[in-house]
Design a protein around this ligand. Structure first.
Ligand code: AMP
Length: 335
């Protein structure tokens, strides 16, 4: 059975980008594949969260994973830092990752632009840690959004390089996976770019009805089409992209037609969009609230997931160490 791995950082709440770009694929994959889904707490350290806040998000994301439909009976669900083999592999992969190629990744360049005062080595090697997350389970398929395509290319490059350098077929080359034909990019409500946790432009699975309506009604638009068939501005295109994701075809057709014949009222479009988002997310919100409180259940889920993840990670590290020529100087009982 093919192996699937994916994860989401433990900062804040999950938004529609995470849900439609990543989680919905996770859920569909559980029945067909051998799945590992994790909460990426180590990845969130690049921004130096306060120690009191660092782990607070883990429980939130865990509850949101489960409420969205991840099933601990079908998938291994675990926290990245509970599997120390990941960091062990990260160190080894860093030795074959080159500064120039890491500096060229778009996400690194973006982060440097956004936070020039915090360009740490962890930020530069973020794709290497991500490669370790994937390769430690020798995963074949990685359900991620379009924004992660380049990072996956780094993972493939490192897998190939490791296999060639050590003349061993340890790692398969992981591929991005989406059930639809294209990887989904969920736009933000602020007129341009993607919906993101750090962009502050998101609708969260945990938002209540009032908040969702308020956010959607405030979304950036333009002054409206002036003649039939006018091209759409990016901000209006984004609203249509969201509508296509959450609404039915008849609704999308209705607003497309009214845009094209210039009768559209953006207020109506936003009202419908907010309603359709609520229809999708409010039942999930109710489940999040229940699961978040259930400490015993959360512990059982993670205990089982960690055991499965470590078993797979240890088996990989055994092969990795053999290939690299890594031996403990201390003699163990079976040597
Ligand atoms: P992050 O929130 O950056 O940790 O991303 C976790 C997962 O959500 C990754 O698989 C991303 O590709 C996906 N994701 C995040 N934002 C979006 C977005 N706006 N559209 C599509 N997928 C997204």
């Amino acid at each position: 059975m093919e192996i699937v791995l994916s994860g989401i950082r433990s900062t804040g709440h999950l938004h529609l980008g995470n849900y439609y770009g990543a989680l919905r694929n996770y859920i569909k994959m559980q029945d067909k594949y051998n799945c590992y889904f994790f909460i990426a707490d180590l990845h969130s350290l690049t921004t130096h969260p306060h120690p009191d806040d660092f782990h607070a998000g883990v429980r939130t994301i865990l509850a949101e994973y489960l409420a969205s439909g991840l099933d601990p009976e079908k998938s291994a669900i675990f926290v990245q830092s509970d599997v120390p083999e990941i960091t062990e592999l990260y160190v080894l992969l860093n030795m074959i990752a080159y500064k120039g190629e890491l500096e060229r990744t778009t996400s690194f360049k973006d982060k440097v632009r956004q936070n020039p005062e915090n360009v740490n080595a962890g930020l530069l090697t973020y794709p290497v840690l991500m490669a370790a997350d994937i390769l430690i389970h020798r995963a074949n398929l990685v359900p991620v959004g379009k924004d992660q395509e380049q990072h996956l290319e780094v993972a493939r490059l490192l897998a190939r390089r490791f296999n060639t350098l050590y003349n061993a077929e340890v790692f398969p080359e992981p591929q991005a996976f989406n059930f639809g034909s294209d990887l989904i990019k969920v736009p933000g409500l602020d007129g341009s770019g993607k919906m993101g946790k750090s962009e502050g432009n998101g609708v969260y699975l945990f938002d209540d009805e009032k908040t969702i309506r308020k956010k959607v009604m405030k979304a950036v638009t333009d002054s409206g089409p002036t003649e039939p068939g006018s091209p759409m501005s990016e901000s209006v295109q984004n609203l249509f992209t969201l509508l296509k994701i959450v609404s039915d075809t008849a609704t999308v057709d209705h607003f497309t037609k009214s845009y094209n014949d210039c009768s559209i009222r953006y207020g109506d479009l936003k009202k419908q969009l907010a309603e359709d988002i609520c229809k999708q997310t409010l039942p999930i919100k109710a489940r999040i609230e229940e699961i978040y409180k259930d400490e015993a259940y959360l512990q059982t889920v993670v205990k089982r997931g960690t055991e499965m993840a470590r078993e797979s990670a240890q088996a990989t590290m055994k092969e990795v160490k053999k290939a690299v020529g890594f031996k403990s100087f201390l003699k163990s009982d079976d040597q």
